[in-house]
Write a protein that binds this ligand. Sequence first.
Ligand code: TRP
Length: 343
Amino acid sequence: MENTPIAPKKRIFSAIKPTGDATLGSYLGAIKNWVSLRDEYDCLYCIADLHALTVRNDPATLRRRVLEQLAIYVAAGLDPEKCVLYVQSHVPAHAELGWILDCYTMFGELSRMTQFKDKSRKNADNVNAGLFTYPTLMAADILLYQADLVPVGEDQTQHVEICRDIANRFNGAYGDTFTMPEAFVPKFGARVMSLSNPTSKMSKSEEDANGCVLVMDSPEEIMRKFKRAVTDSDTVASPVYYDKENKPGVANLLSIYCAATGCTMESAVAEFEGKGYGAFKPRVGEAVVEMLRPVREKANELLKDKDALVSIYTDGAAKAAYLAEKTMRKVRRKVGLTERPRY
Ligand code: TRP
C-alpha cells in the first residue's frame, strides 16, 4: 500500500505579557481562542516577561503574575502535554534574535507604530528604548519558531505586519530563513472594550478599575462591574441592539455575551428584544461568571503546587529552546557571526 504523506501540522505562536493581572480581554481575545487551536496545530504559548520590562514592575509582583498566567493557561485548557508553555526570558534566544532583528529594522518604521506612539504619550516619563524596539522583540518571538499563524487581538495586528516586513527583508537578503507568519484575529472578543469607557480597550492599566474584569475576580466582583457597565441613555422600549458607532457600550456587552456563550449576534439581540439594561447587564455578567468560574477554580488549585508549575515551564523552555536554536544557527551563519565555540 502506498504511503500517503501526512502534512506536518502548521505552527502557532502567541504570547501575553504579564504587565497586569490577566483580564477578560486577554481571555476572550487570546487564550480562549488558543484553546480551540490546540489540537489542529503545533502550538507554542509564551509568557512575555521580557516585554513586561518596558514598564516598571514591582519584582515580586511580576514573578507572581508569571506563575499566575501559566496557571491560567493550563486551567483554560492549554494542556502542557499538547502545547509548549514557557516563559520568554527562559529562552535567551529571544533577546539574541531581538537584537539581530533590530539591525534589520528601520528607525522610521518603528516610529510609525501606533502602539509606540500611544504608549509614549501615556508614559511620557519613561519612553525607554525597549518600548521603541518592542516590535522587533515580538518579531523575534514569532520568527524563532517559524510560526505560520499568530493568533492575536486586533491591537496587535500592526505588530504582526511589521514582523512580516522584517522577515521579508531578511529573507530577501539571505534567502529563505523565516516562515512568513500570518495574524489570526477571532471574530468576536477580538477587542474587548472597557466597561466604564467603551471606546477604549479593556486594559489592566486604565485608571478606572471598574472597567476591567480580571480572570481571577470573584463572581461578586464580576457582577458588580457588569452592573455598573456604561451603556447609554436610550429610552426606547428595546434599547439592546448592535450599533457599534452610536452604542459602543451596548455593542461591547453584546460581543462579550456572544463570546462567553458561543451564541450568534442575531440570537443575542433576539434574546434581549423588549428588555431593558436592568435585565441585560446582569445577564452578561452571569454569562462571564460561568465562563470564568472553572478557569479561576482550576488556576487557584494549580497555584497551590508551585513545583508542578515550575516543572511545566521547565519542560516548555527545553522544548522551545531546542526549536529556537535551530533557527539561531541559521541566522548566525547567514549574518556572518563566527561559529560559536564550545566553552
Ligand atoms: N504584544 C503582545 C501583548 O501585548 C504580547 C506578545 C509578545 C506577543 N510577543 C508576542 C503576541 C508574539 C503575539 C506574538 O499581549
